[in-house]
Design a protein around this ligand. Sequence first.
Ligand code: HEM
Length: 320
Amino acid sequence: MVLADTFAESRRVLKSDDYRPLAMADQYRRLGAYLGVDFSPAIRLLELLPVFLAGARHGAIRRQMAIGLAELRSQQEVAARRVIDQLPPLLSPGRSADLLSEFVQPLWQAMASVSEVPGDESGELSTRLPNLFDTKLRIRERLQINELLREFIGFDPASSEQRLIALGQNVLGAAPLIGTLTMSLHQVFTTNLGTPLNGITYPKHFPASALSVTDRVWQKNSGSAGAQAPETTRCVLHSPNFTAAENEEALFGMGEHTCLGRSIANLVWTMVLEKLSTLPVSIRSSTLALRTDPPQSAEDFLAIDDPFIRPRSLRVTVES
Ligand code: HEM
């Protein structure tokens, strides 16, 4: 694997037709054959997630998801606003709060529940499914998720494709939104400790990201005949070595896989900042616990197993 860790090189690869995303379904086919396990439920879902698709199939599923998300947008905005309106009591003077479990997760839960995916009413599947993308995930957990998916498909086989696509929308939104919002809040708080929230100049865009890389595979049979390139290229999307403008441009991806949740995610950030800027309190301390630290060096970027940086908690204390 090689690393595209300059903005220009990452953008070149992500915008080139000579590369395609990793076909995650193939990895589960190989694993299933090796273990003698039937991963067909997981494979069916992975074949409906645009991030792992290329060409005409990608275009068709992406369009379907874009339409689905556009239909949900205004309801998601209302659901998000309802949770954001609960911020003032959470951030009242003298209070300590874990903003991940008390604010960010309920916020995403409210947005995801708008799509009411029949067969996943509890939201358990959409919460656990992103773990399938972690290359170090234990086999037991992969098998459990696969069985949950089998039940989900069996719930009403006739509508399973449509329900899998709706589930896929929530799966692709959950980890990036939860992680990026939590990490961005922490960044704003730590750079403004002791300053009243209604006196801060907030960054217009998320200053941190929970998704710092995406992988691409060289398609030997397309484009630039005879050109040589390594098989897998890891493209950096967010880096301490990028300028702020580059991080902003790459945050939601570049090229034909650019995020379909970009507009609702940006709206959520704006709504959160609008609410924070009405509060006369300040943050005295902000402590972020992450499952893995954000990558800093080329070695760190190459060592990533799980595409998402996942927060465990964001503990803040508030003062008047
Ligand atoms: C701040 C939050 C978010 C960030 C940083 C983010 C980031 C990204 C990035 C970098 C990609 C491209 C991945 C690649 O090129 O391999 C992507 C794709 C995607 N995102 Fe997001 N995302 C966020 C929120 C959301 C939300 C809330 C949703 C849905 C409600 C969503 C749905 C999607 C979908 C469907 C794709 C696949 C697009 C395609 O492959 O054609 N994202 N996201």
